[in-house]
Design a protein around this ligand. Sequence first.
Ligand code: PHE
Ligand code: NA
Length: 500
Amino acid sequence: MENRQQWGSRYGFIMAAVGSAVGLGNIWRFPAVAYENGGGAFFFPYLFALLTAGIPILILEFTIGHKYRGSAPLSFFRMSKKAEWLGWWQVLISFVICTYYAVIIAWAVKYTIYSFGTQWGSAPDKFLFGHVLKLSETPGVVGNLVPGVVIPLLLVWAVALFVLYKGVSKGIEKLNKIFIPTLVVMFLIIVIRALTLDGAAEGLNAFFKPNWDSILDGKVWVAAYGQIFFSLSIGFAIMLTYSSYLPKKSDINNNAFITGFANSGFELLAGIGVFAALGFMAKQQGVPIDEVVKSGIGLAFVVFPSIINEFPGMNALFGVLFFLSLVFAGMTSLISIVETFIAGVQEKFNVSRTKAVLTGGLTATVISLLYATNGGLYLLDIVDYFINNFGVALAGLVEVVLIAWFFKGLTGLQKHANDISDLRTGAWWKFSLSVITPLVLGYMMFDSIRQNLEKNYEGYPTGLIMTAGVAVVTAVVVIGVILSFKGWKSNINSNDKKEV
Ligand code: PHE
Ligand code: NA
C-alpha cells in the first residue's frame, strides 16, 4: 500500500471537516428543532450539548484518527484488538446513510433545474409526490424505478466517486475548498434577501421568542443532544477517518473548536434565513407562523417552492440559490460518508483506492436505486429514522463508554491531543465524555426504545418497520462483527513504519 495520503493544508482539512458537518441537517433540521424546543431558550441546552458532547467527541475522534492513523476499523483495532468491530459498525452505518443521502441530493439537483420557471406550479406537494417521486399509495410497495430520479442520482454518484477516486488532497480537499466558500456566499445572499422580505421580522420574532419553561423539559435536552450529534457527523467514523489524514503536527483541539463553532454558526444562519422566509410566507397567506413551520423534505421541497412562488421578482434566482445550496451542502457531506468505507475497504483488503471506489462506491450506487422507486420515500423515511436513533446515537454511546471506561482510557488520548495543540483540554473533557455524554445518550436510547415499543414509527406497518428498520440496524452490527473476525490483508504494521 502506498504511503498514507495527507491533507495539503490545515485550511483544507477544516474546509473538509466543516463540509461534512454542514449538511442538510443545518438547513432543514435545525430551524424547526430550535423553534419547537423553546425558541430563544433552546440556545442554552444547545450550547450545553455542544460543549459537553459535540466538541468533546469531535476532539476524541480527531485524536483517535490522528494518533492511530487509519480508517475507523484500523484505528480501533490499533487501540484495542477487541475494538475493530466498532469501527466496522460505524462504517456500515455510514454506508447505509450514504445510500439514501445521495437520493435527496438528486432531488435537489432536479429542483435546481425546476427553479427556472418555477415548474412546480401552484401545488408543490402534488408536484413532489406525484410528478417527481411518483410515490405509491401504500408504503411497502417498492414498485418500479423512477427514471426522473435515477438519472440525477447517477449523476450525483458519478461526481462523488470521481472526487473520491482523485484522493484526499487532490479530490476531497479541492472540492471542499471550492464548495464551502461558495455555499457560504450563496447562503448569505439568500439570508440577506429573506431578511428584507415583508414579514421577516415576524418570522424572526417567532424563532427567537424564548419559552423559558422548555428548559425544564427533559425532551428539550434530548433534542439538543440529538441535533448536535447528527449535525456534527459524530459517532459514525467520518471525523475519525478525515483526521487520519492529518499531518503529524496538527492542532487537534483548535481544529475541533473551529469545526464545531463553524457548524453551529451555519445552523444559526440557516435558522434566521428559514424563519425570515417563513414569516414572509405566513404574511402572504394570512396564516400564523406556526402553521407553516416544517422540517426535512417538506420544508425544502414543498414549503420553499411555495415561498419561491410568491417571491417578489427574481424567483428563479432565489430558487436556484436555495437548491444549489442544498446540493453543495449535501455533496460535501456525502463524500465524507463514502470516504469512511473507501478507507476501510482499502486497508482491510489491501486494494488500491481506485478498486475500493469501484467496488464500494458502485455497491452503494446500486443499493441507492432502491430509494429511487415508487415506494422509495417510505423506505427512506424509515431507514433514516432507525439508523439515526439506533445506529448513529447508539454507536456514539458505545464508542464513548468503551473508550472512557474500558479500553486504555481517556488520559493517553488527552495527552496526545494536548501535546500538539495550543489549547489544552482539562478535567471538563474527561468528565463530559465519561459521565455527561453516556448519561444523556443512555437516557435518549432508553426513551427511543420505549417510544418504539409503544407504537410503530409514523404508524408504518410492522412488516416494513421490521425489514427497513430493525433488520437494517441489526445487520450493520452483525456484519461489522463478522468483518472484524477476518484478518487484515494489508501489512498494517509495516505500513505504520513507512509513515512520517
Ligand atoms: N452533519 C450533516 C448535517 O448536518 C449530516 C450528515 C449526515 C453528514 C450523514 C454526513 C453524513 O446535515
Ligand atoms: Na451539520
